[in-house]
Design a binder for this molecule. Sequence first.
Ligand SMILES: Nc1ncnc2c1ncn2[C@@H]1O[C@H](COP(=O)(O)OP(=O)(O)OP(=O)(O)O)[C@@H](O)[C@H]1O
Ligand SMILES: [Mg+2]
Length: 311
Amino acid sequence: MMQRAQTTLTHPSDPPAARPGPKPAGASVNSNPAENRAAASLPVVLPGVAPTDVHPEVDAETHILTVDNFKLAYGKRQTLHGINMKIAGGKVTALIGPSGCGKSTLLRSMNRLNDLVDGVKIEGDMRFKGQSIYDRNVDVIDLRKKLGMVFQKSNPFPMSIFENVVYALRIAGERSNARLDEVCAKSLKSAALWEEVKDRLHSSAFGLSGGQQQRLCIARAIAAEPEVLLMDEPCSALDPIATQKVEELIYELRGKYTVVIVTHNMHQAARCSDYTAFMYMGRIIEYGPTEAIFVRPHLKETEAYVTGRFG
Ligand SMILES: Nc1ncnc2c1ncn2[C@@H]1O[C@H](COP(=O)(O)OP(=O)(O)OP(=O)(O)O)[C@@H](O)[C@H]1O
Ligand SMILES: [Mg+2]
């Protein structure tokens, strides 16, 4: 059964709005204990019985990435149960859902990072621009260049700020210093970090604050010119100001890049994404335009989650 926790969702950061976005209805509902009790008795459909509710707007998009009946087990623990999902090209798609529901697993599966886990069992497939991601002939290194990843915990390399940013170009054999300088400056500007580091590009990346290190990792991901950016809670370690900068960046990246972002912060999902998928226990429960998911969800389960009535 779906759990009945009545706890209010925690919002680790609640920065000032990067742009006007739909306001999750939770704030007003949570403050009313009588309504919370009523919400706890909402009829819930058993996961597995409920088909995914995909809003028609999702299907009407042009899709760059599709997930086809994708199942994943860590050993005997079935974690993803036949996920079907289409990701719109050039848009920002947020994955939300309670801790442990499989958001990171699904995201990491998109560039095959779960291949590295011992005992993992995968069925189904994903396709990037129509090409199988899980075909045995796929060049995984090349795939990860096209689908870049930004992790929850920043992971700068033990080298200078400059070398961190141009890492992918160095690996690719780029020799032109002018080109490296250009990409470094452009990527750091895109990641809203340039002004803070332009005078110390050749100092160690470890001398940066946590929030700066995270933006550095975003700059490094952008410099590699991926087509899709996969971001797993990129702001969870950031203060409200840095979070706002990253959210503005994500908002600006749309059009140029496709972004898939995992977040626990409902406000963040509402502010910076076009589409939102609500996951629960290894399934996508409802998937639609972000505003609809937060303001007019089709399913009671989605409403209960986005208004903070379980999670
Ligand atoms: N490498 C792994 N080996 C074994 N089990 C794993 C591994 N990674 C995740 N799991 C399990 O898979 C399930 C889904 O985990 P996942 O990290 O995808 O959840 P999540 O939705 O991202 O959660 P959170 O919001 O806490 O980050 C959990 O039960 C977790 O314990
Ligand atoms: Mg996670």
